[in-house]
Design a protein around this ligand. Sequence first.
Ligand code: 6PG
Length: 628
Amino acid sequence: MIRDLPSTSTAAVSKELITLRNDVGAMAMGRVLTLLVPVGEEDADAAIRAANDATRQHPARILVLVSANSRGKGRLDAQIRVGGDAGASEIVVLRLYGELSRQQAAVVTPLLLPDSPIVAWWPGESPKDVAASPVGQMAHRRITDADANGSAATQLRRRAQTYLAGDTDLAWTRITRWRALLASSLEAAPFEPVLAATVTGAADDPGADLLAGWLAHALRTRVTRVRSAAGVGLVNVRLDRESGPIDLVRSEDGTDTAVLARAGTMPRLVALRTPSLAEALAEELRRLDADEIYATALQDGMPQVRRGGTRTEAVRAGKIAAGPAEVSTGGSPAVRADRLARAQEPSDETSQDGIRERVRQELDDAEHADTKVLPDQDAVAEAVVDALIEVVVDAVRSRGIAHVALTGGSMGTAVMTALAARARRGDLERSLWRDVHLWWGDERYLPDNDPERNDTQADEAGLGEVPVLAKHVHRIPSGAGRDRIGEATARYATELATWAEPPREQLSQPAAKRAHPPVPRFDVLLLGVGPDGHVASLFPGHAALRLVTPSTTAVTDSPKPPPERVTLTLPAINAGRAVWLVVSGADKADAVARSLAAREDHEVPASCVRGTSATVWWLDEAAASRLD
Ligand code: 6PG
């Protein structure tokens, strides 16, 4: 539905939006986000398309402020788009003429949704001081794009001079994958310091500058920025180490791949695709907290970066790789042997295309879940406890601490029963389990010891026999009375934040794993699944599913009794290293099948959870009976 309102006023636009909400029902309240898009006429159409695509996952009100002709009489032309190709969002295009073109903030204020976070995105030209600009002052986050804006060096210099928490830039977003690959390349032995780094990219590529700044800040090492031909973007990165260099070199054959070569190992072909404008914008809309790593790369790291010569000079001097290392196609596969060797057919080992396809498949698999099917509920519980003990032992041995989030429901009880039995048999090493912290993914908001509480049911299943310290069993605060559920929710969030990872990013934590509320990075987070596909106390279509910043929230209208609950939010759950869905019973078969077939579907909450390193469905045969 498109409604044009020529020569109109914001009051009229506001009224029309309300009419549309009644007529078309297109304006479901509780919109998550208001996206302000100040843009010139020439960039307007592309910006509207990108904003619309980027908000498919996050329904929003998109207010596009087009500065048309600033001369002549003041006038406002408006166009409202709802439903149809506007997806779940509503788009209001406001063309401002004459004096109005300098009054963007005043024009848009009456159209802001109450208590909805506001994000501003400048697709093209952005103000010199974004946070101080009239539109910038209204926004919780401010997204610029140094790639779309003339001189990258000038843009980044301005961003650094005027940075305010909440600022970010899509040139930074576009290098997320580079940063994740470089971070993971340092996650494997030999663990040794990076002695120097060299970033090669087009002189006008802000992403290469930001990547160099990030490395300089995060690695505290000498970083040199080498210039390659204009327009080729970011080309390669070398990390120099004692045992030899790590080279991440983008393939220049038009495929979205790169080769990651580390001394002493086979070069690996990896997917490396620059996200589209809509994908980059969508990634930024997923978070509302300040991006402090961007700030440190911009303000602290970039000034430390040394100017190198040209790519040709650097290759001649042996300072960088001339091109992607050869990915061997004979003998054992060059790409990750373990998973691909199992999956690949011997016949397609030979061609580069076959390897590329498998890399894509491998990454796609990594995005998806593993499923493990056991005969019945007890077998599921035993298998989960076997794996849980392994993860806990590894976590305490490598990090000195382990965080496990328990679930309620029948599987929660079955797992605790099996774990307590191991404790009685002496299988749980006391000196190790004293460093294990237990949490809950959700809790029924009932008085202490109420038989319906998840922690009471865990106690009854034998929690007391597990050799964890009582102070490391973090029970969700109880109470009674709706007014205090908010207090209990806040107290649990505070407790979670107390044990959250230090805010400063360690390079070994790839970027994609860090954007989450302040919670411990659970080594295992267990989730039961309801017949409707709910997990924790996140129910189909519930507004709680759309929360971006808090780690916990209260639910007072749970369709599964009791109605009042405190629950982790999706971002808190998805901060977990391993998310395990533990499901038994034929009544869950449909939910399991729908969850595994969907992705990020708020009608099936179990399709929205995934660990940063692993997502595993532990099923009994009955629950798996609808899987093909
Ligand atoms: C709760 C649980 C809930 C549960 C599922 C599955 O508090 O009710 O945390 O998310 O895990 O509803 O419960 P069943 O396994 O008992 O079906």
